[in-house]
Design a protein around this ligand. Structure first.
Ligand code: ATP
Length: 196
């Protein structure tokens, strides 16, 4: 998957709509302290389904919405859109993933205009060896954490890099369904023997 564009509206310091074209190859973001470089990486992770407000440097998820300044009022919503090109697989072609949060209403996700669950967005990116917690997105302090990672955490990083973390999520889902079906079968057996 190649991310081609990031679009932000009302997200943290990006109060006005901002479009960033991401060309193939290495992309560098430069600017003075506090200009919003980290906010851009956070916007990317947020749209990929990040659900920890703490890792977005906030107390609650609504803290990602533009909080206002002396000259501009706060906003009621924040929206981030990722435009990506997917090569191969069932979702081949251009994909637009949008996450929007409104004060008091929580987050909603769309893929190519269709309402989806956070889990669908997580799976989409996990299958492409990326996502909100991907080691490919290296934020401040993360290099130290990667060096000091425990063997289990390192294995998780390697699995993400290999693009198989989506399979783990699906396996967990399948195991849950299997357990629920086994419980239903046991109950059915009990009901049948009660009737006999
Ligand atoms: P540094 O180089 O120091 O790491 P940076 O360029 O990465 O800085 P960020 O940390 O991305 O900068 O941006 C910080 C700015 O974002 C601060 O000015 C902060 O006030 C602003 N900011 C964060 N959240 C919000 C919000 N909800 N509403 C408005 N502004 C916000």
């Amino acid at each position: 998957m190649q991310i081609k564009r990031l679009r932000l509206t009302g997200f943290k310091s990006f109060v006005d709509p901002a479009d960033l074209r991401i060309e193939p190859g290495l992309t560098g973001i430069v600017g003075p302290n506090g200009c919003g470089k980290s906010n851009l990486l956070e916007a990317l992770r947020w749209a990929m389904g990040e659900n920890s407000a703490k890792s977005m440097r906030g107390a609650g998820m609504e803290d990602v919405i533009f909080a206002g300044t002396a000259s501009r009022p706060q906003r009621d919503f924040a929206e981030v859109s990722i435009l990506a090109e997917q090569a191969g697989g069932p979702d081949e072609g251009e994909l637009e993933v949008v996450r929007r949060i409104e004060r008091g209403a929580g987050s909603a996700y769309r893929i190519n205009g269709r309402d989806v669950r956070a889990k669908d967005v997580g799976l989409l990116f996990a299958d492409s060896a990326t996502g909100a917690h991907s080691p490919a997105l290296v934020s401040q302090g993360r290099i130290g954490a990667i060096i000091q990672a425990k063997p289990g955490e390192r294995r998780q990083m390697l699995e993400e890099a290999a693009g198989i973390s989506g399979l783990h999520v699906r396996r967990k889902d399948a195991e849950q369904k299997l357990r629920a079906t086994e419980t239903n079968l046991t109950r059915l057996d009990e009901m049948i023997s009660d009737q006999e």
